[in-house]
Write a protein that binds this ligand. Sequence first.
Ligand SMILES: [Zn+2]
Ligand SMILES: [Zn+2]
Ligand SMILES: [Zn+2]
Length: 360
Amino acid sequence: MTKKTVGYVHLEWECPACGTRNKGVDKICRSCGAAQPDDVQFEQVAQETLIQDEQLIAQAKAGPDVHCPFCGTRNPATAEQCSQCLADLTEARAREAGQIIGAHQNKGVPDVACSFCGTMNSGTALHCVHCGAALPKATPPAAAPQVRRATGMSQTARYVLFGILGLVVVACIALIVLSSRTEEVVGEVEGVSWEYSVAIEALTPVEDEDWRDRVPDDADILSCQQEVRRTQPNPAPGAVEVCGTPYTVDTGTGVGEVVQDCEYQVYDDYCTFTELQWREFDLVSLAGEDFAPRWPNPTLAQDQRIGEETETYEVYFNADGRSYTYHPDEFSEFTQFEPGSRWILEINTFNNVRSVTPDQ
Ligand SMILES: [Zn+2]
Ligand SMILES: [Zn+2]
Ligand SMILES: [Zn+2]
């Protein structure tokens, strides 16, 4: 984040002795003459306008005011002697500074009525134009009400959802229990089959997207557009500045600094391109019902190659009139299932053959 200064604005403080609001730059209450104590904080004025007075701005930049160690009077950071009692200020304590006072209030404020004579005064005035009485602070226009986002779902919907989740869990457990429950039957091999498949892959144009510097060299770029690639705290050539809401910070001088936090969006070319990739183009298979499986031997065109090769074996059993199918993993296991041979089959609840052992 980069902190940017928008400008400087007047602050105000309320006299704890008489309740009068005073300008931030006033070090002594205009009504009763009391000095501003060091524990009385500056506040935002109802409507903040940027100060044009260069001298005042320079004062705000010079550092927080100091309080005289003898009489407590506020003095500028640059003063050597107290303006009130002429005491030496080298030991004087600086006011607190750097606190955020609030969001920058640059909207107009409504007029306020004097509580003594009823005269309407500008919302930014501190004293009544008619009788000179201290005025109450005008209320800045309310910010747009925040839209309350609907959170989550209703209670009923939640119960229904939990109910469904519960049923799914129960079903899963039942499935695991049932499929692990087995019984043994004796079956006779009635037949076998095998299937050998070979995938043919071809170089195919495939569309993809990436930043320009990551596009493969042999790819064909179709189109590119500028998109935000990253956001960084510091400015850079061509980067787009994005700033947050301005807010007012206490400088400890009676003047506030309006700042905003900014970051920088760096744009880059994001491109759509096509690239040649090996993709499955065809599948050729050979199948048979004997113990002599053979791999297909397809003729390959240019820009084609052999892809994945798969072998599947099936053995068909008959056990007391019921049929079962077993899938050996390997050719060496497959060849043991001579037609007519007898085997003990472990069958689960779903009639799947879990394992096979010779019936001695
Ligand atoms: Zn006062
Ligand atoms: Zn003093
Ligand atoms: Zn008045």
